[in-house]
Design a protein around this ligand. Structure first.
Ligand code: ZN
Length: 249
């Protein structure tokens, strides 16, 4: 396997769109300061029946494996389009192609071993000074397993750079609310985002221009925008928030 070029910043996205949701501002700022960026996608986001149904105009019950594979290809294309908006291109992206929605399911031990090897290689070759990944407290199983795999890869490769996490799913689709900044919100007897400290230790400001570009990159994930725009738009805030993973197990 060809060795990957080293980069300054490595972003792990469980699905196409998570890289924009969590890190579009950080990526733009890195590109603007001449830093190199690689985005690693755990899955192609192929296991989303609602999105496949909307894309192909079929009832969910009529969807076939071919439809899901085509959705995955469409989402890869959207990830490339979004990357271009952020100042990157396809050569900055690595699609691992693991099955969407079942990364955390057992047994599939071959998947786990292969994923560990792929994550370790991505981290070892990239030699980043900083890594971004979804938080272990994220409610989506693919997001949690991506965090776990990155942690294991960091240990296996002796990675000593910074590892920062971001939250996408906490409180279903009720967090975050629409508004310029992220807030701690209480509903259903709990506070969100759950499982992380508040206020977030790292808050990165986005300029109005960066926020606008982030919104365009979110829209480039068209299969998601069509069905989830009311949710996705809430991440186009004037800031992005992160937690250092060093205190996580
Ligand atoms: Zn996701």
């Amino acid at each position: 396997m060809t060795k990957l070029k080293s980069v300054d910043l490595l972003v792990f996205a469980p699905h196409p769109d998570d890289e924009v949701i969590g890190c579009a501002g950080v990526i733009q700022q890195a590109v603007a300061s001449g830093k190199s960026v690689r985005i690693v996608f755990t899955t192609n986001g192929d296991g989303y029946p609602l999105a496949a149904s909307a894309l192909f105009g079929k009832a969910e019950a009529d969807l076939t494996g071919v439809d899901f594979a085509r959705l995955g290809e469409a989402r890869k294309g959207e990830a490339i389009a979004a990357a271009k908006i952020l100042g990157l291109d396809a050569s900055n992206l690595l699609f691992l192609g693991y099955p969407d929605g079942s990364m955390a399911k057992t047994p599939a031990p071959y998947d786990r071993a292969a994923a560990q090897a792929d994550f370790s290689r991505a981290l070892r070759d990239s030699l980043p000074s900083r890594v971004y990944v979804t938080d272990r407290a994220d409610e989506h199983p693919d997001h949690r397993i991506t965090y776990q795999l990155v942690r294991e890869a960091a240990t296996a490769s002796g990675y000593s750079g910074e590892l920062l996490t971001f939250i996408v799913h906490s409180g279903g689709v009720d967090w975050p609310s629409l508004g310029p900044v992220f807030e701690k919100e209480a509903f259903g007897g709990r506070t969100y985002p759950a499982g992380v400290s508040w206020p977030p230790p790292i808050r990165i400001s986005l300029s109005a221009g960066e926020q606008e570009v982030k919104l365009r990159a979110l829209k480039a994930h068209a299969t998601q925008w069509v069905i989830d725009n009311g949710y996705l738009v809430r991440f186009a805030k004037s800031e992005e928030i992160f937690w250092p993973a060093r205190n996580h197990p």
